[in-house]
Design a protein around this ligand. Structure first.
Ligand code: NAD
Length: 336
C-alpha cells in the first residue's frame, strides 16, 4: 500500500497531538517537520521517530510530501495553505481557515483550482459529546426547537500569542469558533444573527460576546462566550431543547438527555476516554486520511470552511455595527 506522505508545518502543541495520532495510522508516513524555531521541529521529529526537519515550508515541500498539516498560529494560515494547494498538495489546516474574508476567499480559489484536498481541523464536531447530540438529532430521537450554547476560556496566557489579536485574529477565531461551527453542523443553515460584545479586561477589541441566531429550520439559539472566566467549571456546554426533551453536554466529559416526560434520563460519561479520542482529534484525522486514501470528501471541506469564515466575519460585523444580519442573504450574495 502506498502511504500518504505527510509533512507538518508548525511544531507546537497541536502539531504534537496530530503527530501522535497520525503516527499510529499505518496508512500514513510522517516524512518531515518544519518550524521557524528549529528546536521545535527537532523536538517533534524526535517524538514521531525519524522524520526529517527544516525551518521553512519550501524545505518541507522538497521532502516529497503529498500532504501538509498547517499548525502555525491563526493569522499565519493563509500563505502556507495557498502555497501548498498551489503545489497540488493535500492540506489539513488547523482552525481558523483565515481571520478575514479576503484570506478565506484566497484559500477557496486556491482549493478550487488545486488537485489537492483541503480540510479544516474542527475537532469539536467529533468530540464524543457532540457526536452523541448529532446522532440524537439525525435519528429523529431529538427534534431541536431551541438551544443555548456556552464556550468560555479561562485565560489567554498559554500559549502567550493567544492574547495577541494580531496572532489570533480575535477571540472568536481563537476559541468560540468551535461552537460557532457546531451551530450549523447541528441545526443547518443560519437565517439571521445578532451579536453584542464588549471588551472587559483586555486590550482586545472584544472579549465578551452574547449572540442570538435564528435558523432556516425554525430553531432559535443563543451562544455566550467569555475570554476571562478562569478554569472553574462549567466553561463549555450545549443545551438543546425539544418537545419535553433536553440534551445537555458537560464540558467534553458527559452528556445527559431525556427524550420525553415519562422516560429515563440517560447519562453517558466519557471521563475515562483518552483526551485525543473524546475530543474528536482521532476521528477528524482518521476521516481526513480516509478521504485521501479512498478519494472521498474530507470531513470539513472547502465549502464548510468558507461558510464558517463568512459566519465569523458576519458576527464581528454585527457586534461592531450593532445590527442584526440577514445571514442567509449574505451567503446568497457571496455565492453569487
Ligand atoms: N483544534 C484545537 O483544539 C486546537 C487546539 C490548540 C491549537 N489549535 C490551533 O492550532 C494552531 C497552533 O496552535 P498551538 O497551540 O499548537 O500553538 P503553539 O504556539 O504551541 O505552536 C505553534 C508553532 O508554530 C511555529 N510557528 C509560528 N509561526 C510560524 C511561521 N510563520 N512559520 C513556521 N512556524 C511558525 C512556532 O514556532 C510554534 O512551534 C493555531 O491555529 C490554533 O488555533 C487548535
Amino acid at each position: 500500500m502506498n502511504k500518504t506522505r505527510i509533512g507538518i508545518f508548525g511544531a507546537g502543541y497541536i502539531a504534537s497531538v496530530h503527530a501522535d495520532i497520525l503516527g499510529q495510522d499505518d496508512r500514513v508516513e510522517l516524512v518531515g517537520v518544519a518550524d521557524m524555531v528549529e528546536a521545535n521541529a527537532t523536538r517533534l521529529a524526535t517524538q514521531v521517530g525519524n522524520a526529517r526537519t527544516g525551518t521553512t515550508l519550501e524545505e518541507l515541500f522538497r521532502m516529497d510530501v503529498d500532504t501538509v498539516y498547517i499548525t502555525t498560529p491563526n493569522t499565519t494560515h493563509v500563505e502556507p495553505v495557498v502555497a501548498a494547494l498551489g503545489e497540488g498538495l493535500n492540506v489539513f489546516c488547523e482552525k481558523p481557515m483565515a481571520t478575514d474574508l479576503a484570506g478565506g476567499e484566497r484559500i477557496r480559489e486556491a482549493a478550487l483550482a488545486s488537485t489537492g484536498v483541503y480540510n479544516l481541523g474542527m475537532n469539536r464536531r467529533y468530540a464524543y459529546t457532540h457526536d452523541k447530540l448529532k446522532s440524537l438529532i439525525e435519528t429523529g430521537d431529538l427534534m431541536p426547537y431551541s438551544a443555548q450554547f456556552k464556550l468560555n476560556r479561562g485565560e489567554l496566557l498559554r500559549p502567550a500569542w493567544t492574547a495577541d489579536p494580531s496572532k489570533t485574529g480575535g477571540f472568536l477565531y481563537e476559541t468560540t469558533i468551535h461552537q460557532i461551527d457546531l451551530l450549523q453542523y447541528l441545526f443547518g443553515s443560519i437565517a439571521t444573527l445578532r451579536c453584542a460584545a464588549r471588551s472587559a479586561i483586555s486590550d482586545a477589541e472584544f472579549d465578551d460576546f452574547s449572540m442570538l441566531f435564528t435558523f432556516e429550520s425554525g430553531v432559535v439559539a443563543t451562544l455566550s462566550s467569555s475570554a476571562h472566566s478562569g478554569w472553574s467549571f462549567p466553561f463549555e456546554r450545549v443545551e438543546i431543547y425539544g418537545r419535553y426533551a433536553t440534551a445537555a453536554t458537560e464540558e467534553l466529559e458527559r452528556v445527559r438527555y431525556a427524550l420525553d416526560l415519562d422516560q429515563t434520563i440517560h447519562s453517558e460519561d466519557y471521563t475515562h476516554i483518552p483526551f485525543a479520542e473524546k475530543g474528536g482529534y482521532v476521528k477528524e484525522d482518521r476521516l481526513f486520511v480516509d478521504a485521501l486514501v479512498d478519494g472521498g470528501t474530507p470531513p470539513v471541506g472547502i465549502d464548510d470552511a468558507w461558510a464558517l469564515n463568512l459566519l465569523l466575519a458576519a458576527i464581528y460585523e454585527s457586534a461592531r455595527e450593532n445590527k442584526e444580519i440577514d445571514f442567509a442573504q449574505r451567503v446568497r450574495a457571496a455565492i453569487g
